[in-house]
Design a protein around this ligand. Structure first.
Ligand code: PMP
Length: 370
């Protein structure tokens, strides 16, 4: 046995993560789909006051059930509920340290040895890792050429594999593709009582208008789980706060596998303060959507292929040597992400100044390659 005595199947694996470079190394950071706009000083002051209040009680464990936070999240999610529906209740909400942790808890509770998790590639590269870390079997179907989901193929895979969980981001990362709403119902019905459909709406707030949230479908499908995060539209990537909405029995089951007091008092207080400032924190979403649409048009004008995007990023290509393009952009201070199918690159939508820097740097690269 080689030291340390790591699990056999983990040997030699690299930890997941995009390169984290300093602002000196890469002044224009467009690689992790963050919101480029930080909070105002008034918002910072309110968050700091909430953290100070939490600090006064740090000798005590936090609320294990994070009730106040679940109430505030339920209230926030209820804006996506159809007019004739009941609002989301706190019992339907569960939160953890980022939607990554929410998803891991879902697999801990509903996946595991002898159980199968299905997703459709190209998609978020953490999904196979959640499966690996919970000893679940992972099966990846394929998306169509244009990165949409072929419903018949998806149904076929669900029928043959009988998964306990299907993980479907909408919009998808790294392609930006939103799910057709009817797919959700079809898959939930095919899974029935034996499986959960997890619609990962990490980028949900960036959807183009007219594409509804899967939140609307919760009353119809008890096996539907919708996950969200404060990391993207909510401009809170540093906060590490993700959450889900689902049938209360699903939230209850997760309580069996979560670590006690998994959400610190500081996280809970800061998330509550951020939710009070939701108007401001989400205030740039429309602007980012417009900037995204303009970026897509600009890239297409350059003769590049670009996947239709409902998120705050765009997947573009294809390049015979994408690493060389990535490196040449970085040489000019612009950091994008080398991710997705061979030949493609992903750029997150930043401020107008950052997007100008990106366009100028890419123009240089395109000119160089003739
Ligand atoms: N789902 C998708 C599709 C993502 O792209 C990400 C982050 N890149 C996450 C979930 C996790 O985000 P977080 O843990 O910050 O909530």
């Amino acid at each position: 046995m080689t030291f340390p005595p790591l699990r056999e199947e983990l040997r030699g694996l690299a930890p997941y993560g995009a390169p984290q470079l300093s602002l000196e190394q890469a002044p224009v950071q467009l690689n992790t789909n963050e919101n480029p706009y930080g909070p105002s000083e008034a918002c910072v002051a309110d968050i700091a006051a909430a953290a100070a209040e939490a600090a006064r009680g740090l000798n005590r464990y936090p609320d294990r059930e994070h009730v106040a936070l679940r109430e505030a999240l339920a209230d926030y999610l209820s804006r996506d509920v159809a007019a004739d529906q009941e609002p989301i209740s706190p019992a339907q909400v569960w939160a953890a340290n980022g939607s990554n942790e929410v998803m891991l808890q879902l697999l801990q509770a509903f996946g595991g040895p002898g159980r199968t998790v299905v997703s459709f590639a190209p998609t978020y590269s953490m999904y196979p890792e959640y499966a690996r870390d919970t000893h679940s079997r992972f099966v990846a179907g394929r998306r169509a050429e244009d990165f949409t989901l072929d419903v018949d193929a998806a149904l076929g895979l669900v029928r043959t594999e009988r998964p306990s969980l299907v993980l479907l981001p909408s919009p998808n990362n790294p392609t930006g593709t939103a799910l057709e709403p009817e797919v959700v119902g079809v898959l939930c019905e095919a899974l029935g009582e034996d499986g959960l459909l997890v619609v990962d709406e990490a980028y949900g707030e960036f959807r183009r208008s007219g594409t509804p949230s899967a939140i609307e479908l919760l009353p119809a499908y008890p096996n539907l789980v919708v996950t969200r995060t404060m990391s993207k539209a909510f401009a809170g990537a540093g906060l590490r706060l993700g959450y889900l909405a689902a049938d209360p029995r699903i939230c209850d089951a997760i309580r069996v596998v979560r670590l006690p007091y998994h959400l610190s008092a500081v996280s809970q207080a800061v998330a509550l303060a951020a939710l009070r400032h939701r108007e401001e924190l989400l205030g740039r979403v429309d602007e980012l959507r417009r900037e995204r649409d303009e970026t897509v048009v600009w890239l297409r004008d350059r003769g590049l292929d670009v996947a239709d995007s409902d998120a705050n990023f765009a997947l573009f290509g294809t390049f015979p040597d994408r690493h060389a393009v990535w490196q040449r952009l970085l040489d000019q201070g612009v950091l994008v992400r080398e991710v997705g199918p061979e030949g493609w690159l992903r750029v997150s939508i930043g401020t107008p100044a950052e997007m100008t820097a990106f366009r100028e740097a890419l123009d240089v690269v395109l000119d160089e390659s003739g």
